[in-house]
Design a protein around this ligand. Sequence first.
Ligand code: SAM
Length: 243
Amino acid sequence: YFVKETINSNKFQIVDPETIKHVAKVMRHKSGDVISLVDPTENLFMATIDSIDPDSKFIAVDVEKSTKNSTEMPIDVTIACSLSKKDKIEWITQKSTELGAKRIIFFDSRYSIMNWKPNVVEKKLARLQEIAKNAAQQSKRRIIPEVIYVDKLKDLVQYKAEANLVAYEESAKQGEISRLAQTLNEMPKSVICAFGPEGGFAPEEIDFLNQADFLSVGLGPRIMRAETAPMYFLSVLSYKYEL
Ligand code: SAM
């Protein structure tokens, strides 16, 4: 569970109502159960439940130890996906979180089948951020990935990383898969990869991204669905850097 306060003694109280509800009502934990807590310093603590306030105002825990072993990848990974239907972007958010993304950006592109009106952005992002939090909790992440929306492809540029990539199936067809391997061999501190919609990127979008120093990369000879390609990419990174 993510707690908002820093844990700096062996007695701690969980006070966030949502976390209390999850621990006591959803997971039905009782006194004596051991749970894990992650505080804002990204440390993980094992904690034994001491008491659960009958009015659900707090849960008192005895903190046992902090472990520095991280579940985070050694590089910061940003996944930037073209907007899609609600169930797909929710799935992308959940699975990218399980697979270790640090930031998930959705953007509007020429062939996106959906677009968000300005008045719905806040509500939609809040829902996706909640999905990221639940997924981070379940996969014992140390951080909750940030979910961001940009309404123009050109605004992606402000999230540039050390390595900037765009997944482009035409590169795959031209046998340029090795570019991905080459980029990853150099172990950048951070990487962003942009993924197009079901209909793919328009050639002028690829030109724009290439000019902004996003390198086109192929992800193998098979064309994946828009939601599968980022998962392939994250899995490759996990394999590359976590073994
Ligand atoms: N318009 C394309 C077509 O019909 O041939 C398919 C686009 S694909 C369904 C959606 C997105 O996933 C692409 O824009 C690209 O970013 C990514 N993608 C899927 N397979 C890929 C591959 N083998 N190499 C690189 N990118 C891929």
